[in-house]
Design a protein around this ligand. Sequence first.
Ligand code: CMC
Length: 428
Amino acid sequence: MSKTAILEIDGKKYEFPLVEGTENEVAIDIKSLRSDTNGVTTLDPGYKNTGSCESAITFLNGEEGILRYRGYAIEDLAEKADFLEVAYLLIFGELPTKDELIKFHNDIKAQSHVDEDVKRIIDGFPKSAHPMGVLSSLTSALVAFNPSSVNVDSEEEMYNAIVKIMAKFPVLTAWAYRKRVGLPLDYGDDSLGYVENFLKMMFKKPNGDYIPKQVIVDALDKLLILHADHEQNCSTSTVRIVGSSHAGLFVSISAGIAALWGPLHGGANQAVIEMLEAIKEDGGDTKKYMAKAKDKDDPFRLMGFGHRVYKNFDPRAKIIKRSADSVLDDLGIDDPVLNIAKGLEKEALEDPYFVDRKLYPNVDFYSGIIYRSLGIPVEMFTPMFALGRLPGWIAQWREMRLRKEPIGRPRQIYIGETLRDFKPVEKR
Ligand code: CMC
């Protein structure tokens, strides 16, 4: 007999089925709650206890620090796969064969141009504009240049839309940066790998070539893999909910970029390095900042610490920390903020405030240190996160449309005024 949950309201019992995932996660299926109970709803701010969908893309166990894409351990993928392979895996469900991978890359290359008129849009932004705002706007603007909406029942149309955004997004990301630093917009070189070409599009000077060191390409590839999906986080939920109104892929991703920008989400990587810099400037007194983080009257939080789901450790942070050490070593860089980061981590891991609340370093704690050593400026850290997360957003959008999910539309409990009489302005 299938398992059920019983809910009792005012002495009346209601029965709801339990849903079990392939990794034995259990949820109470409350789809019929409102109709069964005559309008009772659930209240769960921040959706801390609410599953919004069933998904076959990413498995995450926060208690045990497990992260898997389509069943593959993140540790394995970070070590053995490249970013484009992982993107294919996330989006289409299986690792590509050699031929499929070559075709995927060739199809992306064939779409890696952006309409020349996009350059005029970029010209309209002030140089000081944050690249996340520029990127979100440009991704949305892509719709104007690719107006036909995707018929999601056509595999071919879906594939073409996916290839287009995978191709154009790195161009827009690099251009958002080049505009900021006053470099002419550049297309890089399509004979290079996806990540290598992205680096070239970012850093090639008009009067010289740019050949990235292999250690830089490998480190960036790994970082992008680690960021590629993270199930129903804030930006991914945004992409799914925007797409659930049948808004297109590009504009749904543009909304995801906006959600990622915030310092509690992807924007944390920029906030971490700014925090570490501030601590360094202030004499490197980590204890002072630990005290601030614990003081409830002080809004300061230890950026790069804590996670909604991971309550043991963030497996991505473990990989990134090791990678930070080896990249800095390989490049011969001695970054003083790395020592401050290590010091803060050590203190936090021994401090009852952080231990009791299960606050561990997250993916963003060490990523900024690597980005910086690769020559990526601080305001580009969150766009790098967006570039990594792109395949995850696409995969989740595709899954949501293929599963024909209903429009996302949460309920609320109204706590405002009850009905009152309107007073004309002269009587108020
Ligand atoms: N520094 C100090 N205290 C913290 C921190 C922190 N970084 N994070 C959580 N806490 C405390 C918080 O004050 C609360 O204490 P109390 O129970 O006494 O009120 C408790 O820990 C639980 O925190 P919460 O805010 O209820 O937890 P949440 O699940 O809503 O928030 C979080 C998760 C990631 C937003 C939060 O930990 C945070 O703000 N961290 C810093 C920002 C950050 O690093 N974000 C990146 C997340 S990973 C990448 C990504 O998702 O993009």
